[in-house]
Design a protein around this ligand. Structure first.
Ligand SMILES: C[S@@+](CC[C@H](N)C(=O)[O-])C[C@H]1O[C@@H](n2cnc3c(N)ncnc32)[C@H](O)[C@@H]1O
Length: 265
């Protein structure tokens, strides 16, 4: 295959092991071309000639790790993705459970934490609530986007009561919508690597959303991360996983309460 930059199987394997060490992410054999297409713009920007040269640059410039991780994460998300989880959150609140602190632990470009915040506002019937959402991700680019809270109209259009939560852009911002400040104010964005030994989050959380990120980690890492996350959750708190992340075998830690949703034992 004709490529702008030299790229070998050995380079791909090195990228894989670096990414696993830095972010816990396991790349399948099939991701050879994807890795190249994600790294090529960075190699071009740095004026380098080959992926191997880039890997040496990465080794000698620790600041580059952030760009490397940002380039290789998969950030697919959407508002109210897997909607049953937001129904469950609403039921949790309606049943009188305390829901003051929610952590969205792989928040990508923000659609998920804003969906959580909208659910809180709807459940409590007002913006003026004491509940707060902490939204975190390893990828600093997506966190910046999330913090801005600006989305194309077609992403926002399907949202129920969207007029309460978004302002339509005018003039040069036509075709976009911005989250209203009262909603934005309920969320704090932070960079957290789930691989870290300690999370900078206070214990006693009521709900954790950690969806569609565990799939990138091996089984052993998944259990280690789950145990660390659960240390931050209060007993009886909700732990919400992604649609293909099943922890039914960890009954001593969490009890299933719905589709890939659990309560801490
Ligand atoms: C596919 S998205 C899922 C987004 C959202 N949770 C959802 O379900 O729609 C996976 C996210 O996990 C983040 N991620 C990957 N590895 C991570 C790590 N080690 N620590 C924290 N976040 C990570 C990625 O940057 C990406 O934004």
């Amino acid at each position: 295959m004709d490529r702008e930059f030299a790229y070998t199987d050995a380079d791909f394997n090195k990228v894989r092991s670096e990414l696993r060490a830095l972010a816990g992410i396991n790349l399948a054999d099939s991701k050879v071309s994807l890795v190249y297409s994600r790294l090529a713009p960075r190699v071009r920007k740095l004026g380098l000639k080959a992926i191997k040269q880039y890997l040496t640059y990465l080794e000698t410039h620790p600041d580059e790790q952030e760009h490397f991780i940002n380039a290789l994460t998969t950030n697919l998300t959407s508002f109210f993705r897997e909607p049953h989880h937001f129904d469950l959150l609403n039921e949790f609140i309606q049943s009188g459970e305390r829901c003051e602190r929610v952590w969205c632990a792989a928040s990508s470009t923000g659609e998920e934490p804003y969906s959580i915040a909208m659910t809180l506002v709807k459940a409590f019937g007002q913006f003026d609530i004491s509940s707060r959402v902490i939204a975190s991700d390893i990828d600093s680019n997506v966190l910046n986007k999330a913090s801005l809270g600006i989305y194309p109209l077609d992403k926002v259009d399907p949202i129920e009561n969207k007029k309460n939560f978004f302002l339509r852009g005018k003039g040069p911002n036509k075709g976009q919508a911005r989250v209203v400040p009262q909603l934005r104010h309920l969320i704090e964005f932070r960079q957290v690597n789930l691989l870290d030994t300690q999370y900078p989050i206070q214990e006693g959380l009521d709900v954790i959303f950690c969806r569609n990120v565990m799939i990138y980690f091996d089984k052993e890492t998944q259990v280690q991360i789950l145990e660390k996350l659960l240390q931050k959750l209060r007993p009886g708190g909700l732990y919400i996983a992604g649609h293909s992340e099943n922890f039914n075998h960890l009954g001593h830690l969490i009890t299933p309460v719905g589709r890939t949703a659990y309560r801490k034992v």
